[in-house]
Design a protein. Structure first.
Ligand SMILES: *[C@@H]1O[C@H](CO)[C@@H](O)[C@H](O)[C@H]1NC(C)=O
Ligand SMILES: *[C@@H]1O[C@H](CO)[C@@H](O)[C@H](O)[C@H]1NC(C)=O
Ligand SMILES: *[C@@H]1O[C@H](CO)[C@@H](O)[C@H](O)[C@H]1NC(C)=O
Ligand SMILES: *[C@@H]1O[C@H](CO)[C@@H](O)[C@H](O)[C@H]1NC(C)=O
Ligand SMILES: *[C@@H]1O[C@H](CO)[C@@H](O)[C@H](O)[C@H]1NC(C)=O
Length: 371
């Protein structure tokens, strides 16, 4: 969709209110067939690498997927940029309103769930249903195939430096962290800088009250931007015996270091999780490669190992479901983050207690590897 003139913009908004969507068939090709089509597309058009925005806040969050892609699809370069979801959508929207020839990226995988329905009504997304469409969590996808959930992310698991705190001493409720016993020991992400962390904090504060937030604020927490940052900071301070910093609960993962441990909260305490969502942008010069990327993300091989996954059959085989965990709220985040007035209200609660988020974009501190 080109929108280089006011007339085109007017036409776009007229189209946007027309809700016709094409019915696309499920793509029944195998990954190797799609790879062959993508290779033809790449060589005959000798185009750029597939351009992907990958919502995240530390460059290394893209390493696993870059490596796995390069191993499985070596003939097609992937330019995967880790970027804060709330900046990725802005970049995409600015380019759209400026009427650039191509979308900024072919594919975006983001946390900002509210964007996808809007982009659909603006006719900016490609309708696509990968081969295992019927096996995907139906409630998390656009029924017409404009976007789909490809992974379940979560915040709220407690990660700790086991050389500084023993697993037995790590609490299994968030309530404990307001206790002076944990003074100077926590590293946490500003909840007013990341909607998913905001949602987690909204659950905790709703449970334990504003007094909990005030006590936490008085507990000498090291507040940081980014959910990768607490783990980097724990690592950096690990060998520093004068640092007591030992725990976080605002990172997505963090027990891989030799000193790292993790603990799940116990019922009735709950953490948050959400379906990270992916879409392909209309006007991509590499539609087949984009199909390959999306199909591969939700393929059985990539989903097997995630628990829960976005495939019903795997969840059934593993006896898990994102919907029935008694320590995880899965479906609340979409509602929370779509209600921008509600998010603003919570951000002000957090800002009043914790101040505005300080520091640069975490990706300026923990950058992408040069591609
Ligand atoms: C090359 O790109 C154009 C769109 O830019 C597309 O229509 C065409 O099918 C592509 N060629 C191949 C072989 O995929
Ligand atoms: C990779 O993506 C970034 C961010 O969109 C862009 O600035 C850069 O030019 C791209 N590089 C290549 C080789 O496509
Ligand atoms: C901490 O010390 C260990 C050796 O005890 C070393 O392997 C590691 O690289 C050090 N970590 C940092 C961040 O300096
Ligand atoms: C998932 O992976 C495990 C271990 O590699 C394997 O045994 C199992 O068959 C796989 N399940 C499916 C459904 O592919
Ligand atoms: C739910 O919580 C209880 C503890 O209250 C635990 O024993 C049980 O295993 C949990 N069930 C599931 C499905 O996680």
């Amino acid at each position: 969709m080109r929108t280089s003139t006011p007339l085109a913009l007017a036409l776009t908004s007229a189209l946007a209110s027309a809700q016709f969507t094409p019915t696309v068939p499920i793509d029944d090709r195998s990954l190797s067939d799609i790879y062959a089509a993508a290779r033809r597309e790449y060589t005959s058009n000798s185009t750029r690498p597939l351009q992907v925005f990958w919502g995240g806040d530390a460059g290394d969050q893209g390493d696993g997927i870059r490596t796995a892609w390069a191993q499985q699809f070596p003939d097609i370069p992937l330019n995967l940029t880790v970027i804060l979801s709330k900046y990725a959508d802005t970049r995409l929207d600015e380019a759209f309103y400026e009427g650039t020839e191509y979308p900024v990226v072919d594919v975006a995988a983001l946390q900002t769930l509210r964007d996808f329905p809007r982009w659909k009504t603006q006719n900016r997304l490609v309708y696509y249903k990968p081969a295992n469409w019927e096996d995907l969590l139906a409630n998390e996808n656009d029924p017409d195939g404009a976007f789909l959930a490809f992974s379940i992310y979560s915040f709220g698991t407690i990660y700790f430096d086991s050389s500084k705190v023993s697993a037995d001493d790590v609490p299994s409720t968030f309530e404990s962290f307001a206790d002076p016993r944990w003074k100077g020991k926590l590293i946490l992400t500003y909840p007013n800088d990341d909607d998913a962390v905001a949602y987690l904090f909204s659950l905790i504060v709703s449970h334990y009250g504003f007094g909990w937030l005030r006590a936490l604020a008085a507990n000498d927490v090291q507040w940081v931007r980014g959910t990768g940052t607490p783990i980097f900071e724990l690592e950096r301070q690990h060998n520093d015996t004068s640092s007591k910093r030992a725990l976080t609960f605002t990172s997505g993962s963090g027990s891989s270091a030799s000193w790292g441990g993790s603990k799940a909260v116990e019922p009735p305490e709950k953490i948050m999780s959400w379906p990270q969502t992916v879409a392909t942008f209309a006007g991509t010069p590499q539609p087949e490669t984009a199909k390959l990327f999306v199909s591969w993300l939700v393929s059985n091989d990539r989903q097997n190992g995630s628990s829960p996954s976005v495939l019903n059959s795997l969840n059934e085989a593993n006896g898990v479901s994102p919907y029935t965990s008694n320590t995880t709220i899965f479906s609340g985040f979409r509602t929370f983050e779509t209600d921008r007035a509600g998010v603003e209200w919570w951000k002000n609660v957090f800002e009043e207690a914790l101040d505005t988020p300080q520091g640069p974009d975490p990706l300026a501190v923990y950058p992408n590897p040069s591609s």
